[in-house]
Design a protein around this ligand. Structure first.
Ligand code: ATP
Length: 237
C-alpha cells in the first residue's frame, strides 16, 4: 500500500469528527470518498496532510509514519493536496503560482514544462493573474500547482465543484492520465457519476467512519450503498 490510514480518531475541540477511520490506497489507485455533508471527508484529507492531528491512529506512507511529521514535511514526501476552493494566490500570475508549487519540493523547469503540457490552456495564460481565470482554469491551475511536486499521492477535494461539463471532463481525464503514470489519488466528490467514472473503489463515509467500501464497477449495478450513504437529490452527473 502506498498510503494507509489506520484507525484515525480526530476531534475539533470536544467534538469527535473521525472515528476509527481506516483506509488503504494502492499505487495508481483512484479511491473516491462519498458521503453526506459533514461526514468527515475533508477532515480525512486534512489529517493526511498533517493539518489536523489525530488524537489516535496513524497515517503511513509506505512504512513511514507521517502522523508525527510537521505539516510542511508532508508535501515533500510526495503527497499533494488540492483543497476545496482551490486556494490560489489570486493576485499572482499563473506562472508565479506554479513557481510556488515547484519551490515546495525543489522541482525545476522540467517539472513545470511537463505540467504545462498537461494543461495547455495555462501555457497561454502564464502572465495572467490567477484571480482572473475562469473557475475551470483556476481548478486546472490548482491541480497543476499540486503536480509540480511530482507527487506519488494526490488528494483532491471536490475538484469539479461549480465547473461546466467540459471542464469536469478535463479534470477527470487528468485523474485517469495520472493513474496511468502510477499516481494514487483520493478524490472527494459530490457528483456520483463523475466519481464512478474514474474511481477503482469507493469508500462510503458516515459520521467519521468508513461504513462500506465497494468496487466502483459494482455500484453501476447495485446503487443501494449510494442511496444509503449519499442519498437522493444529489447531482447524478
Ligand atoms: N474547524 C472546525 N471546527 C469545528 N468543527 C469543524 C471544523 N471543520 C469541520 N468541522 C465539523 O466537522 C465535521 C466534518 O467536516 P468535514 O468538512 O470533514 O466534512 P465533509 O464530509 O468534507 O463535508 P462537506 O461535504 O460538506 O465538505 C462537520 O460536522 C463540520 O461541521
Amino acid at each position: 500500500m502506498i498510503l494507509t490510514l489506520d484507525r484515525l480518531n480526530c476531534f475539533y475541540g470536544r467534538v469527535q469528527v473521525l472515528r476509527d477511520l481506516s483506509l488503504t490506497l494502492a499505487p495508481g489507485e483512484v479511491l473516491c470518498l462519498l458521503g453526506r455533508n459533514g461526514a468527515g471527508k475533508t477532515t480525512t484529507l486534512k489529517t493526511v496532510m498533517g493539518l489536523i492531528r489525530p488524537r489516535s491512529g496513524r497515517v503511513l506512507l509506505g512504512d513511514e509514519d507521517l502522523s508525527r511529521l510537521p505539516a510542511h514535511e508532508i508535501p515533500r514526501r510526495g503527497i499533494a493536496y488540492v483543497p476545496q476552493g482551490r486556494r490560489l494566490f489570486a493576485e499572482l500570475t499563473v506562472e508565479e503560482n506554479l513557481t510556488i508549487g515547484l519551490m515546495a519540493r525543489h522541482r525545476g523547469e522540467a517539472a513545470r514544462e511537463r505540467v504545462l503540457t498537461l494543461f495547455p490552456v495555462l501555457k497561454q495564460r502564464l502572465h495572467q493573474p490567477a484571480g482572473t481565470l475562469s473557475g475551470g482554469e483556476q481548478e486546472m491551475l490548482a491541480v497543476a500547482r499540486a503536480l509540480c511536486l511530482e507527487p506519488r499521492v494526490l488528494l483532491l477535494d471536490e475538484p469539479t465543484e461549480g465547473l461546466m461539463p467540459s471542464m469536469i471532463a478535463a479534470i477527470l481525464e487528468t485523474v485517469r492520465l495520472l493513474k496511468r503514470e502510477g499516481v494514487a489519488t483520493i478524490l472527494v466528490e459530490q457528483r456520483v457519476g463523475a466519481a464512478l467514472s474514474v474511481a477503482d473503489r469507493v469508500a462510503f463515509i458516515e459520521n467519521g467512519t468508513v461504513m462500506q467500501i465497494a468496487a466502483a464497477a459494482s455500484l453501476h449495478a447495485d446503487r443501494a450503498p449510494i442511496e444509503r450513504y449519499v442519498g437522493v437529490g444529489l447531482s447524478p452527473a
